[in-house]
Ligand binder design. Structure first.
Ligand code: UT7
Length: 325
């Protein structure tokens, strides 16, 4: 018995923001952004919320799998930009789609979040605790990026992707994941400071601090191009596959140059590394499921093909999963 992806779905905010739109208020250019990142535009939430995007992606994944909300046993949502710290996004999704038989909780593994959700749900299914799960990566990063910081805000976009997974003859073959907390501060969102009436100075608004994301881009770049190939090599060994057996490498879409470098380091042709970063930018946990959904719905994935999914992100977290589609 294995765990297979049986349906996928995605949802994007309506508003598209091009690089040219950003040129209007920041010292940057379409040329710089395209050359350094491969990004041309991104979707940005105006009326949408993390919950509304996630719920829409989940409804579509269920429809694709031919399942009803009440069939769902488990919902795991991966996000760093939920609407509320609590209740968690997964519980909000449960209520929104009417999956009243599901248990639900969130995980935070940043851009590797969807992968970690897939791995966690697979472990539950394989040990027999649940028969199926809805896993979702959803972000409205536009509310946590500093729109005055040209080195980071140009990278990110909003969106959600989901997959319905369940018991099958074949599917997930091997999983590999890891973390390096000592490098955590190369990509972080400012802390919530300890502030209460018993602290010196009491409780005041000025102690709330910045809640924006901050990043050392070059450090993250170096981490990605060394760690992702290593994770992929490790998962291939666990799966017993040769690298040439893999039909598609579905990677986190952080920067087109990162993906080109990884392809080169693995010695694999770039055609095996599908990309949609040009249209969406980096949507953190939503990148992998949105790309999977596009590949699935456009008929680019054939049942029986071998896929390696791989993500990396804040934490630092990283991993790779080998699956038979
Ligand atoms: O999911 C994980 C999330 N994060 C990432 O994956 C980030 C990974 N890192 C990257 O993608 C790249 O490091 C960036 C795209 C963030 C930056 O690209 P880079 O090639 O590493 O540029 P840099 O930081 O070395 O900056 C080169 C120059 C600098 O100017 P000077 O000092 O050479 O005069 C920057 O000030 O480019 C400047 N610059 C910009 N210029 C125009 C930085 N951002 C911009 C900008 N527009 N948006």
């Amino acid at each position: 018995m294995a765990t297979r992806i049986l349906g996928t779905g995605s949802a994007m905010p309506e508003r598209i923001v091009t690089n040219k739109d950003i040129e209007g208020f920041l010292d940057t250019s379409d040329e710089w952004i395209r050359e350094r990142t491969g990004i041309g535009s991104r979707h940005i939430a105006i009326t949408e919320t993390t919950t509304s995007l996630a719920a829409e992606a989940c409804r579509k994944a269920l429809e694709d799998a031919g399942k009803k909300p009440e069939d769902v046993d488990l919902i795991i949502a991966a996000t760093v930009s939920p609407d509320y710290t609590f209740p968690c996004l997964a519980c909000q999704i449960q209520a929104e789609i009417g999956a009243e038989n599901a248990t639900a909780y969130d995980i935070n593994a940043a851009c590797a979040g969807f992968l970690f959700a897939l791995n966690s749900a697979t472990a539950y299914i394989e040990c027999g605790m649940y028969k199926n799960a809805l896993i979702v990566g959803a972000e409205v990063l536009s509310k946590i990026v500093d729109w005055n910081d040209r080195t980071s805000c140009i990278l990110f976009g909003d969106g959600a992707g989901a997959a319905f997974i369940g018991e099958a003859e074949e599917g997930v073959v091997a999983m590999e994941q890891g973390a390096n907390g000592s490098k955590g501060m190369v990509l972080f969102r400012h802390e919530t400071p300890v502030q209460n009436p018993f602290c010196e100075g009491g409780q005041s608004a000025e102690h709330q601090g910045s809640s924006f994301l901050e990043m050392n881009g070059q450090e993250v770049f170096r981490f990605a191009v060394s760690q992702v190939p290593e994770s992929i090599q490790k998962v291939l060994v666990k799966a017993g596959w040769e690298i040439s057996d893999v039909d598609h490498f579905v990677l986190h879409q952080a920067n087109a140059r990162i993906i080109h470098t990884i392809a080169k380091r693995l010695g694999e042709p770039e055609e095996k590394f599908p990309m949609n970063i040009e249209r969406y930018g980096n949507m953190s946990s939503a990148c992998i499921p949105v790309l999977l959904d596009e590949l699935n719905k456009s008929g680019q994935l054939k049942r029986g093909e071998k896929l390696v999914l791989s993500g990396f992100g804040a934490g630092l977290t990283y991993g790779a999963t080998a699956i038979i589609w």
